[in-house]
Design a protein around this ligand. Structure first.
Ligand code: AMP
Length: 577
């Protein structure tokens, strides 16, 4: 397939306004691609060159792209900049200037390889090299291709194609329906690499996909926790449980392969450099290969206490990682082990894995075992929960001792229990920003008034609105939101967003915020949980507690199903039997 043909599809995907259409168009594109090109193509449609967990970003700056466009089309840079001022999109600028451009038949795989060369260029002279390589590429393609190439190079190709959409499209392309989604999703949970899955599926079919294994160096999708309202409900549902503190830090999956260690976040980003203490600690462990799962948390030596999520996350933004490591050293509480010396451990009962954790990290002062007690008593569980809360922790996570590690699953093998303040939701929810309204008065200064926020409808891979947000943020945070929102603006409702309300500006779903609210109420204005004439759900008195950009992707937000279950729990609390 040529890059020009792919670009035609990107244009179609861009103008699609329904998720079904998105899947259909993508399936058509897949059906036409060969096993050799399907891997690069899969990364490119998400505006990437490699899977999410590989830290290779093309991310050319605007200035460099302007210079490359100028060079490619022999136009003075200030004219390019002027045109950019008028059109507001460098992709359109390139398309306009290349109107008489060539009609080359560059294959997708070749364009991908050349973009890779640009992305990895580093060191002295690399800026010029990137500019010239990119200019040469632009010169060889047609206007529509130039538009998409520029957007990819800027990291701004936003077609709203989430990972589940890709999985559905792959199934549709081969089978004409969604029936292969579970097989593909199972592999995705083990290897987190859509390009690899697509290639394997195309070359070896379903059985080859089934045979894709957990591997050191490729993150596994994290097992997640369900919620229950109180200790009684937990013991009633799970019986004997293992109880651990719930740390409010950042989920880390540590992969050790000899002396090479990589740390991945829950949203599959590579955090190796940022969490250098964890890397060093894992290098010092005896075992040759390991995958450990845990929670990293910053510790203040002065206060002798663990710091809340926001401070742990602030390490990401600090320039001097070494200085940050001195001022806010990190530890990681390790609560699981998924792989050891060539052996996949995910099928073992939790109790056995936990015993292995203790043996593997024994002696480390940075990788610490999460303390645990086992109980089937409501009283003991209640006391443990209260003890943890009084120590400033979020609550507890309760686990079934005989459960496997189910990659990517949120089920009752793990249950989180947090503080319960009567009358309020007993937990925060994670919402995705879907749009905003221009502010009036003081807010107008920040360019954003209220935010439109939603939850994830995992069943249909869509985002549904649940509330407007207007409080809880500091002035600096409103500015930060505006800055981030600026990059995510799209000129029409994204295909995966379902909404009755129309905000002034639509946003590509990306930013996740943690929100506390008083309660969930039925509402005809929101689409979360809305079915036929039944109303949807809304949040009453919502306020933003934190940004979760550091560890959550939009598909990790609270789901419609969870909201429905929280609504039921809330009703039961109000009318005790
Ligand atoms: P939540 O993000 O509220 O859904 O809670 C689940 C998260 O709690 C996990 O993804 C971990 O990042 C975090 N967590 C903290 N302590 C533990 C623990 N002991 N076991 C499992 N998860 C934990």
């Amino acid at each position: 397939m040529t890059f020009a043909e792919l670009s035609g599809y990107l244009d179609r995907l861009e103008s699609t306004s329904s998720r079904n259409e998105l899947v259909k168009t993508l399936a058509e594109l897949y059906a036409r691609s060969s096993a050799d090109e399907i891997q690069p193509l899969t990364y490119l449609i998400q505006g990437r060159l490699v899977p999410f967990f590989e830290p290779i970003e093309i991310g050319l700056g605007e200035k460099l792209v302007i210079a490359a466009i100028a060079q490619a089309f022999a136009t003075p840079p200030d004219e390019v900049a002027k045109l950019f001022g008028r059109l507001g999109d460098l992709g359109q600028v390139a398309a306009t200037l290349s109107a008489h451009g060539s009609n080359s038949r560059l294959p997708v795989a070749e364009v991908h390889a050349r973009l890779m060369e640009i992305a990895v260029a580093s060191g002295a002279g690399s800026v010029e090299k990137k500019r010239s390589l990119f200019a040469a590429l632009l010169k060889q393609v047609d206007p529509v291709s130039a538009k998409h190439l520029v957007r990819i190079a800027l990291g701004r190709l936003r077609l709203g194609i989430g990972d589940p959409t890709v999985l559905d499209a792959l199934s549709f392309a081969k089978k004409g329906d969604k029936s292969l989604r579970p097989v593909l999703e199972g592999a995705y949970n083990r290897v987190s690499d859509l390009g690899l899955i697509a290639k394997t599926f195309w070359s070896g079919g379903e059985s080859a996909v089934n045979a894709l294994k957990v591997t050191v160096g490729r993150p596994i999708r994290s097992q997640l926790a369900e919620r229950l309202p109180n200790p009684e409900a937990v013991i009633k549902r799970l019986g004997l449980v293992a109880v651990q503190p719930k740390y409010d830090g950042i989920r880390v999956q540590i992969h050790k392969n000899g002396s090479e260690v990589r740390v991945f976040s829950r949203n599959l980003e590579d955090y190796t450099l940022m969490f250098s203490e964890l890397t060093a600690a894992a290098q010092a462990l005896k075992d040759e290969t390991l995958i450990l799962d845990g929670e990293a948390i910053a510790y203040s030596k002065e206060l002798e206490e663990y710091l809340p999520f926001q401070l742990t996350a602030s390490r990401r933004r600090q320039h001097g990682i070494e200085q940050a490591a001195r001022e806010l050293p990190l530890v990681a509480f390790i609560f699981d082990i998924l792989y050891r010396n060539g052996r996949d451990l995910t099928e073992l009962p939790y109790e056995e894995r936990l015993a292995m954790v203790d043996a593997v990290i024994a002696g480390s002062t940075v990788l610490l075992p999460a303390p645990i007690i086992k109980t089937d008593s409501v009283e003991v569980l209640t006391k443990t929960l209260l003890d943890n809360i009084s120590q400033g922790l979020e609550g507890v996570v309760v686990k079934r001792p005989d459960s496997k590690y189910q990659a990517g699953a949120r089920n009752f093998n793990w249950v989180k229990l947090k503080r319960h303040t009567s009358g309020e939701l007993n937990d925060t929810v994670d919402l995705v920003l879907l749009g905003y309204y221009f502010g009036k008065g003081k807010r107008a200064e920040f360019g954003v008034g209220a935010l439109l926020a939603g939850v994830y409808d995992a069943e249909h891979d869509r985002f549904a609105t649940i509330t407007k947000l207007g409080t809880g943020l500091s002035d600096a945070e409103w500015r930060q939101i505006h800055e981030r929102a600026d990059r995510l603006q799209v000129d029409h409702r994204p295909a995966r967003v379902e909404s009755i309300l129309t905000p002034d500006v639509w946003l590509e779903p990306e930013v996740v915020v943690e929100v506390m609210a008083d309660e969930i109420t039925p509402s005809p204005r929101h689409t979360a949980g809305k079915a036929g004439d039944e109303p949807g759900f809304a949040l009453r008195f919502p306020r933003v507690v934190s940004f979760r950009g550091a560890d959550k992707r939009p598909e990790d937000a609270t789901t419609v199903k969870e909201i429905a279950s929280l609504f039921r729990q809330q009703r039961e609390r109000k009318t005790p039997s």
